[in-house]
Design a protein around this ligand. Structure first.
Ligand SMILES: Cc1cc2nc3c(=O)[nH]c(=O)nc-3n(C[C@H](O)[C@H](O)[C@H](O)COP(=O)(O)OP(=O)(O)OC[C@H]3O[C@@H](n4cnc5c(N)ncnc54)[C@H](O)[C@@H]3O)c2cc1C
Length: 429
């Protein structure tokens, strides 16, 4: 039997509850959203001495942050080569280096705050699905070296067995600086660290709207009145950390940021020898398709497999079968193991598939990490907090215009059609 439950939430000690606390009437910085972005921002703000309040509509990590693959990647979604084409060499390099620093920041926070989240700097594998994809990986290795002085390892098809127990791929790229976390433990660990540093955290508190407190700040610096279902809060600064749901809070982002569902299965625990044979160095893995598969072993040796051509709005059984079939194409020896868990989560994406962070109408925001939010959301939450504190802040993702989608309606078919289009591109490339 497959449980419809998130493996990571089932294997976390009873999480602390931040429900039903009285709300303050005033704060200095209001963080909206309790995922990696929001908890990391709250931690940095509280450590910087700000009076910070975090509001989460559901529970800490309820969004993508407790449901993801836990791949803590030291790279961008786009290859550096593609990022250079889009943004120019200097900016693309800064973006890439920010992503590598982001991996360091995750490690630093885990160490400093002693977060027990099964963090390992295991490295990640990008697996070439077609021969032409391997050519692209080889070109990327050279660009990473020449432009960013960053080293990755390339393995041709004849050598892939040292990293993956399959001959399905046409070569691999190994990035040794990536890591993995148990994401539900990591996000809860950051929330607890933020609270220890002085942040005031409230779950079950949905922000319904934001109003300006007037044309100019009041004497005490209040600039915004934030409406929640549990009362209103005056604040000087706002950090928007609602990712896929930002359009509900700030209308300018509607038809620019879309919620996209990603689905995941986890097998029953595998025998240790088999797990080691399939992923010998326990790295996290994804392939080179646009409709990619991402996978890894859990700390208790389950195969955790996500992505593939799965769709919102179709039956769970269909998506489970798609994921399982994708997994068995690579690792047929998993056929006899039960699928214990199936779950899904919602990412924020834009048509340009870039990360976006900066300021809008005097509010700070950071969002849309395109499958790289374990590291980038944590890093940019911290960097936005630095900006709010008036400290130096590194944000090479600032001021990118976000493409508008006039045909977008809040319906699953919009993203589903995008996935079919991506699969079509996968067949051509
Ligand atoms: C299935 C899946 C697999 C993934 N795998 C990986 C991976 O392996 N590696 C990786 O790096 N990334 C991965 N990602 C992406 C990663 O999880 C996200 O980029 C990251 O979690 C985003 O963090 P966040 O804090 O910005 O958003 P979220 O974690 O989504 O948090 C936003 C929070 O805001 C709250 N909220 C929304 N509206 C309001 C409101 N009005 N008032 C109050 N609160 C509100 C929501 O309840 C939510 O908890 C994956 C995502 C999914 C869904």
């Amino acid at each position: 039997m497959t449980q419809h439950a998130i493996l990571w939430s089932v294997t976390i000690p009873e999480p602390k509850s931040f429900l039903n606390k009285p709300l303050p009437q005033k704060t200095d910085v209001l963080v909206i959203g309790g995922g990696f972005t929001g908890t990391s921002a709250a931690l940095q703000l509280a450590k910087g001495g700000a009076r910070v309040t975090l509001l989460e509509a559901q529970t800490i990590g309820w969004g993508a942050s407790s449901r993801n693959g836990g791949q803590a990647l030291s790279c961008l979604h786009h290859t550096l080569a593609d990022a250079i084409k889009e943004h120019g060499q200097e900016r693309a390099k800064e973006m890439f280096l920010a992503a590598t620093r982001a991996a360091d920041v995750v490690e630093q926070i885990v160490m400093d705050e002693k977060i027990d989240c099964d963090y390992v700097r295991c490295g990640n594998i990008e697996a070439a699905f077609k021969p032409s994809h391997f050519d692209k990986l080889q070109r990327e290795q050279k660009i990473l070296h020449d432009v960013a002085d960053y080293e990755v390892k390339i393995l041709p098809k004849s050598e892939t067995l040292s990293e993956l127990g399959t001959d399905s791929y046409h070569g691999l790229m190994v990035n040794p600086r990536s890591g993995s976390v148990q994401p539900a433990k990591f996000v809860m660990g950051m929330a607890l660290a933020a609270e220890r540093a002085g942040a005031d955290i409230h779950e079950g508190t949905q922000v319904m709207g934001i109003e300006r407190a007037g044309n100019s700040p009041t004497n005490d610096g209040t600039r915004f009145m934030v409406k929640t279902e549990r009362g209103d809060i005056e604040t000087k600064e706002i950090m928007l950390a609602t990712n896929a749901w930002i359009g509900n809070v700030v209308p300018q982002f509607r038809q620019r940021v879309f919620p996209a569902e990603s689905f995941v299965i986890a097998t029953e625990p595998l025998p240790r020898e088999l797990a080691q044979q399939l992923i010998p160095n326990n790295r996290v893995v994804y392939d080179t398709r646009k409709t990619l598969a991402y996978y890894r072993l859990s700390p208790d040796n389950r195969m955790v497999w996500g992505g593939e051509l799965t769709f919102a709005g179709v039956g769970a059984k269909t998506n489970i079968n798609t994921l399982r079939n994708g997994m068995l194409r690579i690792f047929p020896e998993l056929a006899k193991f039960n699928i214990d868990y199936f779950w899904h989560g919602t990412l924020g994406i834009t048509l340009d598939e870039n990360t976006h962070a900066g300021q809008i109408d005097g509010m700070w925001y950071s969002m849309c990490y395109v499958g790289h939010g374990v590291t980038l959301a944590t890093y940019l939450g911290q960097q936005m907090a630095n900006g709010i504190l008036g400290k130096a802040s590194n944000n090479p993702f600032a001021n990118l215009s976000i493409p508008f989608a006039p045909t977008y309606q809040d319906k699953a078919w919009f993203v589903n059609i995008g996935k079919v289009w991506f699969r079509f591109l996968d067949m051509l490339r």
